[in-house]
Design a protein around this ligand. Structure first.
Ligand code: CO
Length: 213
């Protein structure tokens, strides 16, 4: 059997399993989506968003690219963010990096890999910003791990600067932004950064509105 045929066979078995538990499973799934989470993760095959978080179909809107980047000006990721944040109104946006990330490693090493180098330029900017901290880490692997974390942190800052997040934060208390790193060696998620909507800024704005009215 071809490996791809195995996937199709598995799919049929999965459909049967779902229908045995709930006759209406797919009718419900088809009707609408109302996910609480947007996941922006790496394309790496070892970091399956739903599986490691125990989320079912319908619970998580997902975007994956090499090295989990939120690049200002990237129409693809910005469209996903806009739809998830403004239309679906997800409550949480998660940027999830992972240790042993090939994209981050390639950017750090300055290896030439072809077209992908153009994409990895975006990681190099984070590297330059944190070069002083990284230079102080003598152990190569520890430095690599730390850079994976700093890269996630930078992407959270990029997210906070997007029009979609700023617009939502000006009028509501969603979304929260979470930067996580998946540890392939243990299977655990490591929290690196959390950004909540700025309560004070919103209250001040409301106060200004009240004065202006
Ligand atoms: Co990766």
């Amino acid at each position: 059997m071809q490996p791809s045929e195995k996937l199709l066979l598995y799919n049929k078995a999965w459909v049967q399993d779902k229908l045995e538990l709930d006759d209406n499973y797919f009718a419900t799934l088809a009707a609408d989506q109302n996910p609480d989470f947007l996941w922006i993760g790496c394309s790496d095959s070892r970091v399956p968003a739903n599986e490691i978080t125990g989320t079912d179909p319908g619970e998580m809107f997902v975007h994956r690219n090499i090295a989990n980047l939120v690049v200002p000006g990237d129409l693809n990721v910005l469209s996903v963010v806009q739809y998830a944040v403004e239309v679906l109104q997800v409550k949480h946006v998660i940027v999830c990096g992972h240790y042993e990330c090939g994209g981050v490693k390639a950017a750090m090493a300055g290896k030439k890999l072809g077209l992908i180098d153009e994409w990895l330029v975006n990681i190099k900017q984070a590297q330059e910003k944190h070069q002083a901290e990284l230079d102080q880490i003598a152990d190569d692997h520890a430095r690599f791990d730390r850079f994976v974390e700093l890269n996630v942190q930078e992407q959270i800052y990029h997210l906070a600067e997007t029009d979609s997040v700023r617009k939502m934060w000006a009028s509501s208390q969603i979304p929260s932004l979470h930067g996580w790193v998946f540890n392939l060696r243990t299977g655990l998620l490591n929290e690196v950064i959390n950004l909540e909507p700025p309560v004070l800024a919103m209250e001040n704005e409301r106060a200004d509105d009240a004065i202006n009215q």
